[in-house]
Design a protein around this ligand. Structure first.
Ligand SMILES: NC(=O)C1=CN([C@@H]2O[C@H](COP(=O)(O)OP(=O)(O)OC[C@H]3O[C@@H](n4cnc5c(N)ncnc54)[C@H](O)[C@@H]3O)[C@@H](O)[C@H]2O)C=CC1
Ligand SMILES: O=C(O)C(=O)[C@H](O)COP(=O)(O)O
Length: 377
């Protein structure tokens, strides 16, 4: 079978070469003619699957996106054409949650803020929101959960309306899918009206989709002199983003919140599992076999850890300021997509084994580190 895979998807040859012939493509520039005689298409978020793209797909039986988000895929059209579809739910939830945690500790360090006692609103409590809620559970940050849909389904104990969250929280982070229309639309969930009511100096984090926040309205507010703390990983109209927003951000990045090595590799494995299921063959490959050993695998904590120490541990594994620096220094010369393509490897907290001799084992473990020893003394 012929398999066409995005050039930015890792481990495709390792997972798929036993199933067929693998060819790569540039995700932003896939042409309809390239789908002639192709059996399986493996994409990332930058490839729009729609009627024009599928117009010459004479053999396509499987489309997989190695992402959580599916706003780039016309799933109804695929169903109509009896083309199996899978995404990779949850594949990079840990990576996005750790991006937010790294951002929080870096923000705290730079602004001399104590996170303990602050109130953080999580808007969208699915895989990522829940993962973040769990990881922050022992940090002393008060969490407000906002997810009307899950609350209605009885899948969430508490739900606070978004406007109440924006009023009560010091920090708000968005983890909703992009829904462009209908009763549940999240397009411009943060519209000009909500943006105009934002409290001075509150911290907004967006690592969901750029269109969830009206970027022009946000810029207008900031240009009017309102002070806000902003951490943006996603932007409207990527890759041609509103660069005028950049100077107003505390930290900015090129849509890489989910790009841990593990997160991207899990996405590939989930597509492999999906295609094997479609073909009725046994999926017998595991990503652990392909991941490199991390540069840093072990450290030891001796004393009672302060919040600053926790931040240092977080940043040992992943410091958002690395990505912020790369974007600010290279966006103009290299461009948004090239920075994404050449994203330096990043590992998840679980790759750091912490030999813990302090009383902070629980917070370290809930943050996601691998705590290998605990001494209550
Ligand atoms: N920046 C990045 O690199 C990444 C971004 N994403 C984005 O994050 C989104 C969320 O991912 P997951 O948590 O895995 O998805 P999920 O589908 O598990 O959870 C999304 C949650 O948002 C809730 N929701 C929908 N509309 C809402 C609203 N108006 N207000 C509050 N909650 C609402 C849903 O009920 C659901 O529980 C993805 O759809 C994707 O667009 C995902 C991975 C990486
Ligand atoms: O999973 C998602 O949804 C994402 O946004 C990805 O992590 C990032 O997208 P691509 O690397 O596929 O463009």
């Amino acid at each position: 079978m012929k398999i066409l895979a995005d050039q930015n998807m890792p481990l495709v040859e390792e997972f798929f070469s036993d199933l067929g012939e693998v060819k790569r493509f540039d995700g932003r520039n896939l042409q309809a003619s390239s789908l002639q005689d192709v059996d399986a298409l493996l994409i990332r978020s930058v490839t729009k699957v729609n009627a024009p793209l599928l117009s010459q797909a004479n053999k396509l039986q499987f489309v997989g996106t190695a992402t959580i988000g599916i706003d780039h895929v016309d799933t109804h059209l695929l169903a109509q054409q009896d083309i199996a579809f899978t995404n990779a739910p949850g594949c990079n939830a840990v990576a996005v949650a750790e991006y937010v945690i790294s951002a929080l500790y870096a923000y705290a360090q730079e602004t001399d803020t104590c996170l303990q006692g602050k109130t953080l609103g999580i808007v969208g409590v699915g895989s990522i929101g829940k993962c973040l809620q769990h990881k922050l559970a022992d940090t002393g940050i008060k969490l407000l959960m906002c997810d009307p849909l899950r609350f209605k389904q009885g899948d969430l104990d508490e739900h606070i309306d978004i406007d109440a969250v924006l009023e009560q929280a010091d920090i708000v982070t968005f983890h909703v899918p992009l829904i462009k229309e209908g009763a549940d639309k999240t397009f411009h969930l943060m519209d000009a009206n909500r943006i105009s009511k934002l409290k001075e100096n509150m911290l907004l984090i967006n690592a969901s989709r750029g269109d969830v926040i009206d970027n022009q309205a946000l810029l207008k507010l900031l240009q009017s002199g309102q002070r806000l703390e902003l951490i943006l990983d996603v932007w409207e109209n990527e890759p041609n983003i509103l660069t005028a927003l950049l100077p107003y951000t505390r930290f900015a990045s090129v849509h890489i919140a989910g790009h841990s090595l593990e997160g991207k590799a899990r996405g590939t494995q989930m597509l492999y599992d999906g295609l094997c299921e479609r073909l009725g063959v046994c999926a017998n490959k595991q990503l652990e076999a392909f991941l490199p050993v991390p540069a840093l695998t072990k450290c030891r904590t001796e004393k009672t850890l302060t919040e600053q120490d926790l931040g240092r541990l977080v940043h040992l594994v992943y410091d958002i300021r690395r990505d912020d620096g790369l974007m600010r220094a290279n966006l103009t010369s290299h461009g948004f997509d090239s920075l994404r393509k050449n994203y330096p490897p990043r590992r998840e907290f679980s790759t750091l084994n912490i030999d813990n001799m302090s009383v902070h084992g629980d917070v370290l473990a809930t943050l996601g580190f691998n705590v290998i020893e605990k001494n209550e003394g």
